[in-house]
Design a protein around this ligand. Structure first.
Ligand code: HAM
Length: 452
């Protein structure tokens, strides 16, 4: 696990009680004197809260590099048709939640609701298949017009990976294990639920059987379930309404009707996870909200999240590259929600690493100001984070600012320090002062030189 820095003594994250900066009053008006607030469900992540995001992204980059994944960056705007065809027109994501707009009479465009379709488009468009199997990762904002609540936003951030060109179950195992590694590195252990959603040879017959069962039992199901029975019967299994549960428990299970190929694949994935000590629970009712999945489907969930319990989800999509116009290419990937992971980390009480200045330089007098500017430049060139209050007010005000930014030490410099080359270094927590020779200042202030 990554070593975390001690919480900063002074500086508070901006943005109110929710440390993650995920709550903000929303008001807007055309009245020019009323302040304009951000868009509902789209949040600012303010300095102080950003450390959490950086911690997550740093850990992801480190773990992905260990597994040979390389970063790809694709646009946030894509043709609407990409998602309609890729994610599926019958899904809530495409049907109800996408931000779609016309680009001045040109083609219909959409803000990306997820990263897989765009990544697959880029893979095809740039002919990446000729290079053999590829492992790519991405991070960035996604957009879904959902009803905002804790853990569910209209702009949210995903860290996702996609692996192209390998159909073997070892890839599924490696990828799930990688995500498990990432969670471990961050010190959280969400619960892994695993299923096989079959493929083109076993799913159609199962869907007919399921649809028939749902029609026969329609009276015991909620309106949503009844509506989905025709269009997307698998999603009915995902219903959380309590009254539907006794019926859905009795629904035919795809796990019992997998073809030999899918069953063999599923068994190999489970065996591989067992070999690597990755714990999971089989959930035959786990279906995902996107249409492209075949065989392996999984989610990591956490109790810390309340009703939006999935922190990450993924699975195999062996037909997607072909559906989007590329050569037949197996694929598998996952995405995790950064906001949700940040909430879990926050709930676990684990401090976010802090970046605070090592030293705050305080000017005692007019001559001290020039000395502070010179010394700050010297320290920064040597890679030592330091800060100063460029307003150069009273000593007390400068010390107050040193406290606010959480500096570990303060160094007061004035005409006499500049003349003698001797100063005092004050520990901002203990208030202890130690004499300091200003020659070779950077070397003396390096944390390793002080044994910390
Ligand atoms: P997804 O399950 O739709 O999968 O989203 C992945 C994760 O994004 C979720 O587990 C959740 O943590 C986060 N998430 C989704 N919607 C929201 C929201 N409105 N607010 C906050 N967080 C949210 C996908 O998107 C697939 N593209 C994953 C994948 C990659 N499958 C294969 N490759």
């Amino acid at each position: 696990m990554e070593a975390l820095a001690a919480p900063r003594a002074g500086r508070r994250p901006l943005g109110g009680p929710e440390k993650l900066g995920l709550t903000a009053p929303r008001r807007s008006s055309r009245n020019p004197r009323v302040k304009i607030s951000g868009v509902k469900g789209m949040n600012d992540i303010l300095p102080g809260a950003v450390a959490r995001w950086q911690q997550i992204e740093r850990a992801a980059r480190e773990v992905f590099a260990l597994y040979g994944y390389r970063e790809v960056r694709t646009p946030v705007v894509e043709p609407f048709a990409l998602f309609a065809r890729g994610v599926g027109e019958a899904t809530d994501i495409v049907n109800k939640e996408m931000y779609v707009f016309e680009d001045k009479g040109e083609e219909k465009l959409a803000l990306r609701p997820e990263g897989t379709a765009g990544t697959v488009r880029a893979y095809i468009e740039h002919g990446a298949h000729v290079e053999g199997p590829q492992k790519w990762f991405y991070l960035g904002p996604m957009f879904r017009r959902e009803r905002p609540q804790k853990g569910r936003y209209r702009q949210f951030h995903q860290i996702g990976v996609e692996s192209f060109g390998v159909a073997e179950p070892s890839m599924d195992v490696e990828q799930v294990a990688m995500l498990d590694d990432l969670f471990r590195r961050l010190g959280v252990v969400p619960h892994l639920e695993l299923n096989s959603v079959g493929d083109g040879s076993c799913r159609p017959a199962y869907l007919s059987e399921l649809r028939e069962f749902l029609r026969e039992n329609a009276a015991a199901l909620c309106d949503d379930c009844r509506e989905r029975t025709g269009k997307n019967p698998l999603r009915v299994l995902d219903c959380k309404v309590a009254a539907c549960q006794p019926t859905l428990e009795k629904a035919p299970r795809l796990a019992d009707r997998l073809c030999d190929g899918c069953r063999g694949h599923f068994e190999a994935v489970k065996r591989g996870l067992d070999d690597l000590g990755v714990r999971y629970e089989e959930n035959p009712r786990l279906v995902r909200g996107l249409d492209y999945y075949v065989r392996t489907a999984y989610e990591f969930t956490s109790d810390a999240l309340g009703s939006q319990s999935a922190v990450a989800g993924g699975g195999r999509y062996d037909g997607l590259v072909e559906t989007l116009g590329g050569p037949p290419t197996p694929g598998i990937g996952f995405a995790l929600g950064e906001e949700r992971l940040a909430l879990i980390l926050e709930a676990s009480g684990r401090p976010a690493p802090e970046e605070r200045p090592e030293v705050f330089l305080v000017a005692a007098d007019e001559e001290g100001r020039r000395e502070v500017m010179r010394r700050a430049a010297e320290l920064r060139r040597a890679g030592i984070p330091c800060d100063l209050d460029a307003r150069f007010g009273k000593l007390k005000a400068q010390f107050k600012q040193a406290e606010r930014v959480g500096a570990r030490y303060a160094l007061v410099l004035g005409g006499s320090e500049a003349a003698t080359g001797q100063a005092k270094l004050k520990d901002m927590q203990t208030r202890e002062e130690t004499p300091l020779d200003l020659s070779g200042l950077a070397a003396r202030l390096r944390p390793s030189a002080r044994g910390s």
